[in-house]
Design a binder for this molecule. Sequence first.
Ligand code: ADP
Ligand code: MG
Length: 262
Amino acid sequence: MSDTLISLKNVCVHIGAKVALHDVNLAIKSGEIVTVVGPNGSGKSTLLRTLVSAIKPTGGQITRMPNLRIGYVPQKLHIDPTLPLTVRRFLSLPRRVNDAVAEKALNDAGAGDLGKRQMTGLSGGQFQRVLLARALLNDPHILILDEATQGLDQPGSADFYAQIAQVRQNFGCAVLMVSHELHVVMAASDRVICLNGHICCEGAPEIVASAPEYRALFGSGTQGALALYRHEHSHTHDETCAHDHAQSHHNENSHDNSEATL
Ligand code: ADP
Ligand code: MG
């Protein structure tokens, strides 16, 4: 299909003797928003690193649109706290960009006022916005984010999701994000993929219209960016997926105090 940016066919990734991913079939289309959830160690980062060509699969095929531009927001980026580095200079590493390009990216990422700030002086949410700005510098067809809201509090991560939704609207890019927060995904997600070594199931997110505990926590300022993932099993599980889905969801969700039922 001409609007497919990346597709994986029966992709397997071994790390040492371990199978990190197996039989992954996935196609990301232009402009769509896909959220990947799954327990720790379920292969989420491995999947993203495979998509950005940092890992070569041990089996299966990957097809990318010719000249595909990917914007990648890593899970973590350590910056030496003793290193003086402004946001503006950071955006020119490793490739120099001019002021107009840097300013546009910062504005698009909701970080328009941060250019002169020191990287080490930023809050978690500001830092993530700067990483987002960096990912936008090359006008990506697809934005790939690995647990970009990890370490942010819940309102902070809701703000960040709203920013991503805005970016997608401005750029028309596809978005593939890993979220550790099973219950919080973008309402705009076309698909939520549950990963546990392979794609266990996929489902559509549902806006939390009738969950007063979420509204109480986040108010109305999230502009619909919060959604509840309605877990639907679209296929029969084979013996390779032996884990208890309900249990793994409970574990994922255990860090938050909401009473939402999944
Ligand atoms: P997730 O991002 O969902 O937490 P990962 O993709 O990081 O999961 O890891 C998937 C599996 O691969 C895990 O079992 C992990 O232990 C293993 N793994 C990932 N990276 C490495 C590595 N560099 N060396 C050894 N094992 C790894
Ligand atoms: Mg990970």
